[in-house]
Design a protein around this ligand. Structure first.
Ligand SMILES: [Fe+2]
Length: 343
């Protein structure tokens, strides 16, 4: 992990940018804000822009931590009971703006029609009733390490996490493909398209949110998405776990949704081999309030340790962003060339 700590003067510079944008926009979902976020990002401190640019181009490490941004714990208000609770202008808007501007230097932020009602900015908080789920809103269960949206051909290039509060020091877990000790034979086997992968639960119709606000076309696209996902769930695509340059491969894996990959002896040996290698390499990192973490979703798997949720407004609360390097790849699954929601 590479860590950057912002200086007082850099924080003042960021505050000037975020304050003026918070006066101009009510939400980071504003299409004009999203379109121009790349331009506004040029007002971030030089060093921060350089670090994000290096992170994007060098592909070394795969995890970038940016610390120093101050969260006013009182001002952001209690941790919501549900990600759907947030309506109107968010008390967390300045932090969200700062987070989007950082992300804009890595690519374009995107959302999923089948996740959190198509929101771009996700809330990660424990939800009552989800305690034992393999979801970002779970708590009691270990959130097994995974590639974000591993099943999806348009999965994010980068995953961003911004910590608002983490009073019980709940650890985020991660491991890099670069740190895995894998034999040549195992690498070859993992490079073959023979591992069935099913969609994670957050994208399935049972977690479908409100749809009253959708247009007829959006509703039709959403229905098509759910059909596609439901079909993938019953007929999982066979993917390779390692891909790209065999000498410095990328990784795509979510073992919790890959049980069928253990069906034959050879695949089972490959799965066991990589799962053990990741388990050996996995590290814990406790996010602190104000910290922004970017994970390279082609190189890093991540998860979360179990914790006991409080459900009293003081729970761990993160914001999450998905960043695409090339928005055009998803053009046939977005409403317009500027739309950010993938159907
Ligand atoms: Fe995740």
């Amino acid at each position: 992990m590479y860590a950057v700590t912002l200086t007082e003067s850099e924080l003042r510079q960021i505050d000037t940018v975020t304050s003026s944008l918070a006066a101009k926009f009510d939400s980071v979902n504003d299409p004009v804000f999203l379109r121009d976020s790349t331009v506004y990002a040029h007002e971030l401190p030089d060093r921060l822009r350089a670090e994000l640019n290096t992170f994007r181009h060098e592909e070394s490490g795969g995890v970038l931590s940016i610390r120093g941004h101050v969260i006013d714990d009182t001002r952001i208000g209690p941790t919501p009971k549900h990600w759907r609770s947030q309506t109107g202008r968010a008390a967390t808007l300045p932090t969200e703006i700062y987070f989007v501007l950082c992300a804009a230097l890595l690519g374009d932020v995107v959302g999923w029609s089948t996740q959190q009602d198509g929101r771009i900015m996700h809330d990660i908080l424990p939800i009552k009733g989800h305690e034992n789920e393999q979801l970002g809103s779970g708590s009691k269960e270990l959130l097994t390490w995974h590639t974000e949206e591993a099943f999806h051909p348009l999965r994010a290039d980068y995953l961003g996490l911004a910590c608002l509060r983490n009073p019980d020091s709940v650890a985020t877990t991660f491991a890099s493909v670069d740190d895995l000790d894998l034999s040549e034979d195992l690498r070859d086997l993992l490079g073959k398209k023979r591992y069935p992968i099913r969609p994670d639960r957050s994208h399935l119709p049972q977690n479908r949110g409100e749809t009253q606000h959708l247009s007829a076309r959006e509703e039709a696209l959403l229905t098509r998405s759910y059909e596609w996902i439901t079909n993938l769930d019953s007929h999982p695509e066979h993917v390779s776990i390692l891909f790209g340059d065999p000498a410095a491969p990328y990784l795509r894996i979510d073992p919790y949704f890959m049980e069928e990959a253990y069906a034959d002896t050879e695949s089972a040996a490959a799965m066991t081999g990589i799962v053990d290698a990741v388990d050996r390499a996995i590290r814990e990192h406790i996010l602190e309030p104000g910290e922004v973490l970017f994970l390279d979703n082609y190189k890093i798997v991540h998860g979360r340790v179990p914790f006991t949720a409080r459900f009293d407004g003081t729970d761990r609360w993160l914001k999450r962003l998905s960043v695409a390097r090339d928005l055009r790849k998803s053009r046939d699954r977005r409403m317009s060339h500027t739309a950010r929601v993938i159907y």
